[in-house]
Structure formats: structure tokens, C-alpha cells
Design a protein around this ligand. Structure first.
Ligand SMILES: C[S@@+](CC[C@H](N)C(=O)[O-])C[C@H]1O[C@@H](n2cnc3c(N)ncnc32)[C@H](O)[C@@H]1O
Length: 219
């Protein structure tokens, strides 16, 4: 199957920046307390619902996959960037990391207890989000939990460099309300919504949406 243009740009760009991304981006242990608390709440929700495997989609160098593992989850990572996956495997040889697209997962229907997508869906063009969230719903068990963390706003950005390297990916930011709508249309109920202002850019915020796949989904 032909790789969509936006995905090829993400793959090439993150292959280029991977080592410096790891060096420059704060690990989960150093994140702001609210984001860490939401990751902790997500882990607790998944455990309470019976656990099951949790996919960290767009896992990058795997630090958050490992953080979820340390919170008691059976977590594995998927990323389109082979360089990111190589870093993840090197740092966490006991965990499973796979190169792949979060929009076409090699995962059986209804088989996951949870999905984390942390600062990774904003590289998907808005018109493709319905299909992406439908794929998330397909692989989650009924009642399974999704944590979507990332940037919210109302803009499309085409940066030419990031983490000290040229990049060709784009960022497609949507208002929080639109993200909620798209999740609901894909069969999720949003159970928590935490928004923090972006101190560098008043037009953007950091948002965490916790959502649950309907219990009777796919029945
Ligand atoms: C900003 S990084 C975040 C990495 C990690 N979640 C973290 O917080 O450290 C975004 C990651 O998402 C991956 N990504 C973006 N779109 C993807 C897609 N459609 N399928 C798989 N990986 C994707 C990129 O390759 C990149 O590693």
C-alpha cells in the first residue's frame, strides 16, 4: 500500500530528529505535575477495568511506554519512525516496540485495554482524524480507555526546522471542542478534559482528553 504523503513526511522528519528529540524533550518524570497526574489516572482507569494491553501510539523513544509499564500496565509502543523505535528498543529491551502507522494497526479488533496517543495525532490532517479515531475504536475493547494528550488550537503549521534539524511534517491543531466531537462521532464518550494554557503561545493550549469506548460498541 502507498504511504500517505503526510505520513512519509512524519517518518523522514522524526528519523532525522530522533536523537536530538531524546536529548531535548523532557522525560515523563520531569513533566508538569498535571500531565503526570493524568497519565497516572489513565493507568488507574485501565487497571480498574481489568488491565489488558495498552498501545502507546506515536511512542517516539518509548519513555512514556516505559512510564506506563512502571505504573503497572502491559504497554507496548508503535511509531512510524524506525529511528525512534531503534532508540526505544535500545533503552527498554524488555518492552515491545513496533514500526507502524497508528492509522493501520496490526492489532486484532477489540483486543486492547487502553490506548495512549501523546503529542502524536496533531501530525494527521484534520480530514483524516475520523478514520484515525475509528481505527482507535476498532482495536479497543468495549469499555477500554483512550488518553489523547497534545496541542489544541486552530491552525495548520508547516515548520521548516525542529530540534535543530530541517523537517517536512505539518501540525494540524484543532480546538478542543472539535476533538471531543470527533471522538464522540467515533464511538467514544469523553470522561475527562484537562486543559492547560500554553505559556509560549496564547492561541494554543495543552489538552488531555480521557475517553472511553462505548460498552456496547460493535455489538
Ligand atoms: C512529538 S513526538 C511524541 C513522541 C512520544 N509520544 C513522546 O511524547 O515522547 C510524535 C511521534 O509520533 C509519531 N507519529 C506521528 N504520526 C504517526 C502515525 N500516523 N503513526 C505512527 N507514528 C506517528 C512520530 O513519528 C513521532 O515519533
Amino acid at each position: 500500500m502507498t504511504e500517505p504523503a503526510h505520513l512519509a513526511a512524519v517518518r523522514v522528519s522524526y528519523d532525522t530528529v530522533a536523537a536530538d528529540y531524546l536529548r531535548l524533550v523532557v522525560p515523563p518524570e520531569g513533566m508538569d505535575p498535571v500531565s503526570r497526574a493524568v497519565l497516572g489516572a489513565f493507568a488507574e482507569l485501565v487497571r480498574e477495568t481489568g488491565g489488558g494491553e495498552v498501545a502507546d501510539l506515536g511512542c517516539g523513544p518509548g519513555r512514556i511506554t516505559a512510564y506506563l509499564h512502571n505504573l503497572g500496565l502491559s504497554a507496548f509502543g508503535v511509531d512510524v519512525s524506525g529511528a525512534m523505535i531503534a532508540l526505544a528498543r535500545q533503552a527498554y529491551p524488555g518492552l515491545r516496540f513496533t514500526v507502524g502507522s497508528m492509522g493501520a494497526l496490526e492489532v486484532a479488533d477489540g483486543s486492547l485495554g487502553g490506548i495512549l496517543a501523546w503529542y502524536s495525532v496533531h501530525h494527521t490532517p484534520a480530514e483524516q482524524l475520523p478514520a484515525l479515531f475509528a481505527e482507535f475504536a476498532r482495536v479497543l475493547a468495549p469499555g477500554g480507555h483512550l488518553l489523547l494528550g497534545g496541542h489544541a488550537g486552530d491552525e495548520e503549521r508547516h515548520p521548516t526546522s525542529a530540534y535543530g534539524h530541517p523537517v517536512s511534517y505539518a501540525s494540524y491543531l484543532l480546538p478542543v471542542g472539535r476533538l471531543v466531537e470527533l471522538l464522540e462521532q467515533a464511538g467514544f464518550g469523553v470522561t475527562a478534559r484537562v486543559e492547560q494554557p500554553n505559556t509560549q503561545n496564547a492561541n494554543r493550549s495543552h489538552v488531555c482528553l480521557v475517553a472511553r469506548r462505548a460498552q456496547d460498541a460493535g455489538a
